[in-house]
Design a binder for this molecule. Structure first.
Ligand SMILES: [Zn+2]
Length: 66
């Protein structure tokens, strides 16, 4: 297993599956029990449970702030 991923608001992430629009860059726009991510390609956003997000996220592309 990979080390636990550290992610936070406004980070740019890559998911295991790209969005149907062909983009695989998402920005975290809401953190909580559910996490909302927005596709950087088409601006579509989805709300997913945190556990699901943790399973589906592939990597953090860029941290919003250090
Ligand atoms: Zn998209």
């Amino acid at each position: 297993m990979e080390a636990k991923k550290q992610f936070g608001l406004h980070d740019l992430v890559e998911m295991k599956k790209p969005h149907p629009c062909g983009t695989n860059q998402w920005k975290i726009i809401r953190m909580g029990m559910d996490i909302r991510i927005k596709c950087e390609g088409c601006q579509h956003s989805v709300l997913i449970p945190r556990k699901t997000f943790e399973k589906k996220v592939k990597k953090i592309i860029a941290k919003a702030e250090e």
